[in-house]
Write a protein that binds this ligand. Structure first.
Ligand SMILES: [Zn+2]
Length: 204
């Protein structure tokens, strides 16, 4: 059955998708999100409380949005990557709780910009590198980044309602990041890494 062999080969390889429309749709969705977010300030600050304020914040803050997209993208490339988005949510909530209890970090905005550069670079790198990276290391990297984002939120976005909104929006953006195919993933990773550099340099 030559035809079957051909189909199996296609399924095994991470080559052209059998459903290119779906992948294209994911890429378009991700790019549309970026386009909506780009005119926004790098970080409009943390308005006070409320579910809606929490929900909107990661969508209007470029640094959060790009880091979340990168985690979603990476979750499809890294071995056992499915644990990365939940790890991000847990560690972000932990960071917010620590900050609410009085924990503070210097140069937090700079650190958060660095997480965008780091995560974007990891996504852009050859998938071969990521397959060799132990899942535990990936969880520690993502958890560390998430903790920083959480501390920023705990400091200024007070209240359980806004925290719940922020977690919901974050989960949604990471899900969106998991949609595109590998070629789009790597390009998006490079773009996110470059944006992280701009954020670090204070250009955006
Ligand atoms: Zn923020």
């Amino acid at each position: 059955m030559k035809w079957n062999d051909k189909m199996n080969t296609r399924v095994r390889h991470d080559g052209p998708s059998p459903r290119p429309r779906l992948r294209l749709g994911g890429a378009v969705a991700a790019l549309a999100t970026l386009a909506v977010a780009l005119p926004a300030a790098a970080h409009p600050g943390h308005p006070d409380g409320g579910f809606t304020a929490g929900l909107l914040h990661p969508l209007t803050g470029l640094d959060h949005l790009l880091a979340l997209l990168a985690v979603g993208l990476w979750s499809r490339q890294q071995r056992h990557g499915a644990v990365l988005p939940p790890a991000f949510l847990v560690m972000m909530a932990f960071g917010a709780a620590c900050a609410a209890a009085g924990f503070a970090l210097p140069a937090l905005e700079t650190s958060i910009a660095a997480t965008v550069l780091l995560l974007g670079t990891l996504v852009a790198c050859a998938p071969g590198l990521q397959r060799r990276l132990p899942p535990q290391v990936a969880v520690v990297v993502v958890g560390g980044c998430a903790f920083l984002h959480g501390v920023a939120h705990g400091q200024e976005l007070a209240g359980m309602a806004s925290g719940a909104g922020f977690l919901a929006a974050s989960a949604l953006v990471m899900l969106l990041g998991a949609l595109p195919g590998e070629r789009v993933r790597r390009m998006a990773g490079a773009a996110i890494g470059a944006a992280g550099l701009c954020l670090l340099a204070g250009v955006v």
